[in-house]
Design a protein around this ligand. Structure first.
Ligand SMILES: [Cu+2]
Length: 119
């Protein structure tokens, strides 16, 4: 019953019940699944809930030669957003972002997505 399952999810998402409100990824920049050029300088992740940023982890794996990613840091003045600095070079290829978030309500969520740097 896909439809009723979706309805339940929507109901949960809309219900004013903080205990059910975990921090899920709302969107990211670069966009999930996108192809970008030039290479981005950061990955930014927007979540659906406030985060305990000190307990959030984001790793970025790229193609050979990738300069690496700094630790996730909280966006100034926005506790729903994390910023990860990317160190050049960023060769063309697929970059996989894995995140693990602790929301202000102490629930842990995790996920991953990819984006591609075009040649
Ligand atoms: Cu929660």
């Amino acid at each position: 019953m896909r439809l009723s399952g979706l309805a339940v999810l929507l109901t949960l998402a809309l219900a004013p019940a903080p205990a059910l409100a975990h921090a899920f990824l709302d969107h990211a920049e670069p966009r999930v699944g996108s192809q970008v050029k030039p290479p981005p300088r950061t990955v930014q992740l927007w979540f659906t809930q406030g985060l305990a940023a000190a307990f959030c982890q984001v790793t970025v794996a790229g193609p050979p030669g990738f300069g690496g990613a700094g630790p996730a840091r909280p966006a100034p003045g926005d506790n729903r957003r994390l910023i990860v600095d990317l160190r050049p070079p960023l060769p063309a290829g697929v970059y996989r972002v894995r995140w693990r978030a602790l929301s202000a309500d102490t629930h842990v969520t995790e996920g991953e997505f990819a984006f591609t740097v075009r040649p």
